[in-house]
Ligand binder design. Structure first.
Ligand SMILES: Cc1cc2nc3c(=O)[nH]c(=O)nc-3n(C[C@H](O)[C@H](O)[C@H](O)COP(=O)(O)O)c2cc1C
Length: 287
């Protein structure tokens, strides 16, 4: 066995051995065949096993193996923080951006209604368009947008129309969620019940939609912390200016929060401040 970067990683007997990390000299191709996975998938799994720090996310479904390591999520929550100044020379790697986009896309939402759209700006020109909305009282946020590596604008849909509901149902069908047409119809009915409830009874459709988008925000912030990417969520922007710049009304969208991602600069005062939260006793009640 030659190690994580070597090609001869074939040294394992069975799936259980992969889990235990026990090794005996056997060719990769043979083991891959026994495990019913491609040699490439096996090598990837072993790389993750041998270098869990580099591959902190769980193994892909393809390998069907247990995660090589589990993350201390409380530690991520305690150490992530809002970056107040970004280093304009540092860029977030495309693989990490891809992971964070996956986090946004897979974020949970009530009845899987996915009432959002996300704009991403990576070029100076694109970031300048968003920065236009950081003026006047919001000018303190402008350098964050300009100096960050990537900026996301998290938007909520203005309403959940029939076309959107049909698109979700069709996607769920393509993704194999319905064994029978009856189950598909039941899911559609259930989703429409909640949508109608918020549209006609609670009269809070836009708030309901916003709540879903903020779940995606929470997921994004925690995920960014988990992959050591600094983030600054911002509600401090001129919504009218951003709406005009991105043509949001025409697309029946509303910008709710902007998130700058990148790496903090030396003058980020917040990096040196301790995190402050109310004590556990004030926010939890045991029943
Ligand atoms: C929805 C939301 C909007 C925020 N808006 C801004 C903002 O416009 N500008 C800013 O510098 N920080 C903004 N923050 C950052 C908060 O001030 C910060 O999350 C809070 O003080 C807790 O600190 P921490 O994130 O470092 O743990 C925002 C945070 C959230 C969740």
């Amino acid at each position: 066995m030659t190690g994580p970067e070597g090609s001869d990683l074939g040294a394992i007997n069975s799936r259980d051995d992969v889990r235990r990390g026990e090794c005996q000299e056997r060719p990769t191709s043979l083991i891959a065949e026994e495990l019913a996975v491609s040699p490439g998938v096996l090598i990837e799994a072993l790389r993750r096993r041998l270098d869990p720090g580099k591959y902190s996310a769980s193994l892909s479904n393809e390998t069907n193996l247990s995660p090589a390591t589990s993350m201390d999520i409380a530690q991520v929550a305690k150490t992530r923080y809002t970056a107040k100044a970004f280093d304009p020379t540092k860029t977030v790697a495309p693989e990490l951006i891809a992971q964070l986009r996956t986090v946004l896309r897979t974020s949970p939402s009530s009845v899987n209604c996915q009432p959002w759209h996300f704009f991403m700006a990576a070029s100076a020109g694109a970031k300048a368009r968003i920065a236009k909305a950081m003026h006047g009282n919001y000018a303190y946020n402008e350098p964050k947008v300009r100096n960050a590596s990537h900026v996301f604008v998290l938007c909520g849909k203005n309403d959940l129309d029939d076309a959107h509901l049909q698109a979700i149902l069709a996607q769920e069908d393509r993704d194999g969620r319905f064994a029978t047409p009856e189950l598909m119809a039941r899911q559609d009915k259930s989703r429409r019940f909640y949508v109608t409830l918020h549209q006609s009874q609670c009269n809070d459709e836009c708030h309901w939609i916003s709540r879903q988008v903020y779940l995606a925000l929470g997921s994004l912030l925690l995920a960014a912390g988990a992959v050591n990417v600094d983030a600054c969520p911002m509600e401090g922007f001129d919504a009218t200016v951003l709406d005009k710049e991105l043509g949001l009304s025409e697309r029946r969208l509303t910008a709710l929060v902007v998130v700058a991602l990148g790496y903090h600069s030396a003058d980020d005062f917040n990096a040196k401040l301790p995190k402050s939260r109310l004590p556990e006793s004030a926010i939890f009640s045991e029943l």
